[in-house]
Design a binder for this molecule. Structure first.
Ligand code: SF4
Length: 231
């Protein structure tokens, strides 16, 4: 009988860098400006590199398009974003003329945010990101060590669960320098930041500034801090 099992969208591939090379790069980039990290990534991976952003701001986008104006910018449209986030995307498109790729969940993806957030994120974020990264060798993310305690040891270069090289150029950038850059460049900001939102994701799971545990950012009443796309 023929095997009718669907082929997974992504199979783990051999890492493009050895663990020794990853360690050496992290040592080299620990005190480097994000632009130096991005230049290395663009040089190393060319069109096999893309960038992901949730459009809380355009800090990473601003840095990356200055190096490679054609870099593909991936946005995971869960269907549950704030209108302010989609407006931030539109303003970024106007300013940067982005090579944008919007990845959406399957039409059959269930609305599980009220009962099973892990499964909801798996369908609305993780699976679409897997599709966006299929065929890539590397991706840029905007993770920072000061996002929250769980990210305090974020490396600048790592190998993700797919075997792809994940580059976090902002991971070790001092907040004061990032803020100065953002001001100087007048980057595009999600207006919810000015309203006091600690972290901006899908509207059902984002803590309002007036919520009791608003500083946790997401998933009220839960210890969850990550949606699963950064594994
Ligand atoms: S953040 Fe919330 S609404 Fe968005 S995909 Fe995850 S569980 Fe679903």
């Amino acid at each position: 009988m023929a095997n009718t099992t669907a082929t997974p969208v992504l199979l783990r591939r051999p890492a493009a860098l050895t663990s020794a090379e990853v360690a050496a790069l992290n040592g080299r980039f620990e005190a480097a400006h994000p632009t130096e990290v991005i230049c290395w990534a663009v040089e190393a991976f060319g069109d096999d590199l893309c960038l992901t952003t949730s459009f809380s701001d355009t800090l990473l986008v601003d840095l990356a398009v200055a190096v490679d104006p054609d870099i593909e910018v991936v946005f995971l449209d869960t269907g549950l974003h704030f209108a302010e986030t989609l407006d931030t995307l539109r303003r970024a498109m106007v300013r940067y003329e982005l090579h944008l790729r919007v990845e959406r969940p399957d039409e059959s993806a269930p609305d599980l945010f009220a009962v099973a957030t892990e499964a909801c994120c798996a369908a609305r974020k993780v699976a679409p990101l897997d599709r966006a990264l299929a065929g890539r060798r590397a991706w840029l993310s905007g993770m920072r060590r000061d996002d929250h305690a769980g990210r305090s040891d974020t490396p600048i270069v790592q190998i993700d669960r797919r075997g792809l090289v994940k580059v976090n150029p902002l991971a070790a950038w001092p907040a004061s320098e990032a803020e100065a850059y953002a001001t100087e460049r007048d980057i595009v900001l999600n207006p919810l930041i000015a309203e006091g939102y600690a972290s901006i994701g899908c509207w059902p799971c984002t803590q309002r500034p007036t919520d009791d545990d608003a500083r946790s950012g997401r998933w009220a009443g839960s210890t969850r801090q990550e949606c699963g796309i950064h594994r």
